[in-house]
Design a protein around this ligand. Structure first.
Ligand code: MG
Ligand code: ZN
Length: 225
């Protein structure tokens, strides 16, 4: 019984990877680099993007907003005057708690790939399954806010291992929460030795330049994912 279940999961991920490769070929053909941005709900992905994407110089950015329902996050980004496409997993995808390659593929026609250099895919807020599904991205980043506690890398190691960058957000709250930043960073290195990290506050703007630079530099660096 257990073996059959494992087999089914492997087949699902194999099928997903095949579609992810097709997405990647389409992105490559259009010369678009893609970042899969993940986090728990409320870690501040959208707030970081609001600040970081306000001025990306000559790098043209678009966003694919993944949410179970609604367009609250996409609406927040409209003031940036960049292409933003909302992808709801409640519409025909069973309200899934993550994006998969097929969902992203279904959105490709709506994304003006020829007009952008970088696509940021804001995944559904969830520290578990988004890490398991490649969507055709070149790089993966995750946001962990200090309000979530310093133990999260140990509790959700796959997410922290799957990403090349961990953005530690809401550092303006460090005096008000019990999380110990040194412990959080040590736990991060334990589960993913050598992972790059940034300290940010989307609220005050501290460290957001570093996140913007990391995003923009994807356009010029070799693919890592
Ligand atoms: Mg969001
Ligand atoms: Zn899920």
């Amino acid at each position: 019984m257990h073996r059959i279940k494992v087999r089914v999961v492997e087949d699902v991920l194999d099928a997903n990877n095949t579609i992810a490769r097709a997405n990647r070929q389409d992105f490559d053909r259009a010369g678009v680099r893609v970042v899969n941005l993940m986090s728990a709900p409320g870690a501040g992905k959208t707030a970081l993007l609001e600040r970081a994407l306000a001025d990306t110089g000559d790098v043209r950015v678009g966003v694919l907003e993944g949410d179970v329902e609604g367009s609250l996050d996409a609406d927040r980004l409209t003031s940036l005057h960049i292409p933003v496409v909302q992808l709801n997993t409640a519409n025909g995808f069973g309200g899934e708690c993550h994006l998969d390659a097929n969902m992203v593929r279904s959105s490709l026609a709506a994304i003006p790939l020829e007009e952008i250099d970088l696509l940021v895919i804001e995944n559904v807020g969830n520290l578990v399954c988004p890490a398991e599904f490649r969507v055709g991205e070149d790089a993966r980043a995750m946001v962990c806010s200090v309000a979530e506690g310093d133990d999260k890398p140990l509790k959700y190691p796959l997410m922290f291992r799957a990403c090349e960058l961990a953005v530690i957000n809401k550092i303006d709250l460090l005096d008000h929460v019990d999380a110990d930043l040194d412990k959080l960073l040590a736990n991060l290195q334990t589960v993913h030795p050598g992972i790059e990290h940034l300290l940010t506050s989307a609220r005050t703007g501290e460290g957001v330049d570093g996140f913007r630079d990391w995003l923009v530099s994807r356009v010029r660096s070799p693919a890592t994912a």
